[in-house]
Design a protein around this ligand. Structure first.
Ligand SMILES: O=P(O)(O)OC[C@H]1O[C@](O)(CO)[C@@H](O)[C@@H]1O
Length: 337
């Protein structure tokens, strides 16, 4: 690092360090169709390929939100060396620090079929590259070197083939030892394993959707109170905040301090791919400011709503995001059970 010239003070960065980790990124190939009719020949209206994967999307949204005085966002994970340029160009264009470990092969292409008639998207997510133990060791070393006490680390997405379902558990434990606040956004066996891990490896926050939370607790929710009780049971395992994304219905925020139901009517319109990642980015942005629970809910839903107008890992400018906040209603629920 260059020493500041004598007499000039280097301003301290305005926020905590933020690192996103994507073990299984993807190049998202979004194909716009008039109507998705399975079993027929379809002509696409347009198609675009963009860097994606959950942590990449989170980093992209945070980079768009970031003020010049904030520390740059760091993105790491595992990326195929043969088509890494898509990620390199994307990260460079947003000023995101690229700490991805290159592994042999091509990063997967995930197909997103955008059905204009139905107003929804069908996702076909491929398995991804299989990393070797040496790649995982390199990645752990990068994550450790980028972690500072009080920093925020986002572990996002599926685990690549060959990585055992408990793949996040060790990472969580060492990140916590290093004093990081970890947000885990994954599903299925990796989420179940992470939540079954030792108390000192519990993430600071998780963001399942309703189905993913039902899968973790092994119950189908009969109503919102049922969902709240399930989220509270996860908090009792040592997770500080459980955010349940609920699509067009908004999100539920459950912590020891508060149970908040965020309702965002604007979430019904737009491209839903990556909206959950934008919500995670909004959580990070709010938590980086040590915001009160209500602001955490409002800002993260504003991120998700703003993302709907974009294809790919982008947010509109800060004012456009902030302008979404007024339409968001927050209901405080009783903490019961
Ligand atoms: O890591 P997963 O669960 O396979 O999901 C990856 C997909 O999810 C997204 O991050 C959207 O949430 C896409 O960019 C990507 O194709």
């Amino acid at each position: 690092m260059t020493a500041p010239a004598s007499g000039s003070a280097t301003p301290a960065p305005a926020g905590p360090s933020i690192v996103t980790v994507t073990l299984n990124p993807a190049i998202d190939h979004t194909i716009r169709l008039d109507e998705l009719v399975p079993g027929t020949v379809l002509r696409a209206r347009s198609s675009v390929r963009q860097a994606g994967g959950k942590g990449v999307n989170v980093a992209g949204c945070l980079a768009d939100w970031r003020r010049p005085e904030d520390p740059p966002i760091v993105a790491t994970g595992l990326v195929g060396g043969s088509n890494a340029a898509t990620f390199e160009d994307f990260l460079a264009s947003k000023g995101i620090i690229d700490r991805f470990v290159r592994i042999p092969g091509h990063t997967r292409n995930n197909i997103k079929l955008l059905d204009e008639a139905a107003g929804d998207t069908t996702d076909i997510n491929l398995p991804g590259l299989t990393p070797l133990p040496v790649h995982m060791a390199q990645l752990r070393a990068v994550v450790a070197s980028e972690t500072v006490p009080g920093g925020i680390v986002v572990l996002s997405g599926s685990l690549p083939p060959g990585v055992p379902a408990n793949g996040y558990v060790d990472m969580l434990a060492s990140l916590k030892r290093d004093g990081a606040r970890v947000i885990l956004d994954t599903a299925g066996p990796p989420l179940r394993e992470a939540l079954a891990g030792p108390a000192d490896s519990m993430p600071w926050a998780i963001k399942p959707n309703q189905e993913e939370l039902e899968d973790v607790v092994g119950e189908s929710f009969s109503d919102i109170n049922h969902m709240i009780r399930a989220a509270r049971s996860i908090c009792r395992r040592g997770v500080g905040l459980v955010v349940v994304s609920r699509g067009a219905e908004g999100a539920l925020y459950v912590s020891e301090r508060a149970v908040l139901l965020g309702l965002a009517p604007v979430l019904a319109v737009g491209v839903s791919v990556g909206a959950g990642d934008a919500l995670v980015a909004g959580l990070v942005a709010a938590l980086a400011e040590d915001a009160e629970p209500e602001h955490v809910a409002r800002l993260s839903l504003a991120f998700a709503a703003a993302k709907l107008a974009q294809i790919g890992p982008h947010l509109p400018n800060r004012e456009a995001v902030l302008s979404r906040m007024d339409a968001i209603k927050i209901e405080r629920r009783e903490v019961t059970g």
